[in-house]
Design a protein around this ligand. Structure first.
Ligand code: NAD
Length: 429
């Protein structure tokens, strides 16, 4: 496995020539501001104590408090955390929200824990890292294998600490310290669909730029989880033709364009997307066919949307991609080697730090609502998100045209310039 931090630094270095900054300032961006590594001890159900390695990485705070998820995964490691916290800095800067980048994690296989052990682990993480978190300091969120319930336990733990004699900050709303909370605890309306919705806005913008007619524009989506489903739903609502989708168990091809809601209902009933072919209000075996999962990536469609896993388009299969445009909805679904192959073939790639930034943007909306005591309706959240995604897409597109560079490089140039501007103005050199 290539070191993700080395990849992240290489990506940063690749845009240096488009950025006017003294070398020392630019180089500061390669190193996180803080690496916090702790051992946390948790009581297991059988009475024994187990120790876990846990991290919080704070990459850059020039534009605002650190922002980024906490993941629970056996492969969590420092290099990955360094890379992901850096990516969060760029993602927040691309969509121009006032946050820097952070990331956290615990080296653990959460499937090996009972519900009670998972709760104790989550609480213990917050107990240990609470001094580093705060609404104006560092705002965590869910990530791989963490969810709204885990945020709720962490919030509860934070409030307990805040109320105890070891006060963290008197004047701070604890609800604004974490995002991705349940709606009942200050979570935002629209957060569930936000990432997929943001991606569908990117699709609309691409169609405009490439002058594609929506009803003839075919879309294949790898992954039909939270992001993939909502992407399909909003793309379909906007008049695009979603002809293929997959999950970990199989893929379907529905040439007339699928009904995502009925497809999801069928998937829930049968435990897999395979065999569910629904067009309009009818589901029928004659309306489609099942594909091998890998074949979805090779379909002759206009738009390919990897929304499942990191590295799913790699040098082994990139040559077979026939789509003209790839919208990256998963994090890093196209490896750097595959990126080169696709670019040589003239494939337009919309990078993850732009196309899946709807999630963190809605986290910013959640934070803003918590700080002001407001609660916005879903339509308001999605309208605000639409504006952010359209503005950010246009900004990246302009940088790409001005410098004659691909969209990934353009997104990096835009983000890195914004971060460096903030650093310069703050005089942190
Ligand atoms: P999820 O767990 O809800 O869904 C993942 C989907 O991918 C599932 O349908 C699963 O069956 C499918 N899948 C797994 N392996 C597959 C394979 N080999 N082939 C095809 N499908 C496969 O996760 P999610 O929240 O939808 O996130 C998807 C990706 O988007 C992840 O990379 C995540 O990091 C990224 N992302 C998510 C958000 C968010 O707000 N949820 C925000 C930014 C980025």
């Amino acid at each position: 496995m290539p070191d993700p931090y080395i990849n992240a630094v290489a990506q940063l270095d690749s845009v240096k020539k488009y950025i006017d900054a003294p070398g020392n300032l630019f180089d500061q961006l390669k190193t996180p501001e803080h690496i916090i590594r702790k051992s946390i001890s948790v009581q297991m159900d059988n009475g024994s104590k187990k120790t876990f390695v846990a991290f919080r990485l704070q990459h850059n705070s020039a534009r605002g408090p650190y922002k980024g998820g906490i993941r629970f995964h056996p492969q969590v490691n420092e290099a990955e955390m360094k890379a992901l916290s850096m990516l969060m800095t760029w993602k927040c800067a691309v969509v121009d929200i006032p946050f820097g980048g952070g990331k956290g994690g615990i080296v653990v296989d959460p499937k090996s824990l009972s519900e009670k052990e998972l709760e104790r682990l989550s609480r213990s993480y917050m107990k240990t890292f609470a001094p580093y978190f705060g609404a104006w300091k560092d705002i965590p969120a869910p990530d791989v294998n963490t969810n709204a319930q885990i945020m709720a336990w962490m919030l509860d733990e934070y409030i307990k600490i805040q109320n105890s004699k070891f006060k963290i900050q008197d004047d701070e709303s604890p609800y604004a310290v974490l995002t991705g909370k349940p709606v009942e605890l200050g979570g935002s309306q629209g957060r569930e669909e936000a990432t997929g919705f943001g991606g569908a806005i990117v699709l609309e913008q691409i169609a405009k730029k490439l002058k594609l007619k929506r009803q003839y524009t075919t879309v294949a989506i790898q992954g039909f989880g939270n992001v993939g489903y909502w992407f399909a739903y909003f793309a379909d609502q906007a008049g695009f033709k979603v002809v293929a989708a997959s999950d970990s168990k199989g893929a379907i091809f529905v040439p007339k364009g699928m009904n995502p809601e009925l497809t999801l209902a069928g998937k829930k009933e049968q435990g897999t997307i395979a065999g569910n072919y629904c067009v309009g209000s009818v589901c029928d075996v004659k309306l489609g066919k099942t594909l091998a999962e890998e074949d979805l990536l090779q379909l002759k469609v206009d738009i390919l949307v990897p929304a499942a896993l990191e590295g799913s388009i790699h040098k082994g299969n990139a040559g077979k991609v026939q789509a003209r445009t790839v919208i990256e909805m998963a994090n890093a679904p196209v490896t750097p080697e595959a990126d080169v192959v696709l670019q040589k073939k003239g494939v337009l790639i919309v990078p993850d730090i732009l196309s899946n930034a709807g999630g963190v943007t809605t986290s910013y909306f959640e934070w803003s609502q918590n700080l002001s005591g407001a609660s916005w309706k879903k339509e308001v959240v999605l309208q605000k998100l639409r504006e952010v995604m359209e503005t950010s897409f246009d900004a990246v597109w302009s940088v790409s045209k001005e410098n004659n560079i691909d969209l990934r490089s353009a997104a990096y140039v835009l983000a890195v310039r914004r971060v460096l501007d903030a650093m310069r103005l703050r005089g942190t050199q």
